[in-house]
Design a protein around this ligand. Structure first.
Ligand code: ZN
Length: 137
């Protein structure tokens, strides 16, 4: 099987600082990285839970995708990212199965991973991300 685990869960938040405080104080997790991804107009904060991460996403632009998501649906779970071994192959399989691809070609995401999103309209409403870690390969 090509998908090994849930790499991370992306959560849209209005205030990164506020959300970090909740995850640290209430859940006892430790934020280990804050990174701005200008390509996606977000600031991200990462927590490790087992081998899965939580990725908090705060918009850096009122017209960015996370700002629009929060306008439409409010704060909350934004996407689920699966760790894959061959992202191009996964995208091909998705496309063959009639899934609309947001990223037909993988791009560079946070933490240096290669990522690609599938359109939630063709995946029962869940924004699915594929992540492949090719660093050190
Ligand atoms: Zn993500």
């Amino acid at each position: 099987m090509d998908i090994s685990h849930i790499e991370h869960i992306g959560i849209a938040v209005s205030s990164l600082e506020e959300a970090i405080r909740i995850y640290e104080r209430v859940l006892g997790l430790k934020c280990y990285n804050i990174e701005e991804v200008s390509d996606q107009k977000v600031r991200t904060a990462f927590f490790m839970v087992g081998q899965t991460k939580l990725e908090l996403l705060e918009s850096t632009d009122p017209d960015g995708p996370i700002a629009k998501f929060i306008d439409r649906k409010g704060e909350g779970i934004h996407h689920i990212a699966f760790a894959v071994q061959n992202i191009e192959e996964r995208l091909k399989v998705a496309e063959i199965n009639g899934i609309k691809l947001i990223d037909p070609i993988p791009r560079r995401g946070a933490e240096g991973l290669d990522i690609a999103f599938l359109h939630p309209k063709s995946t029962s409403g869940v924004l699915i991300e594929f992540c492949e870690d090719r660093r050190g390969h």
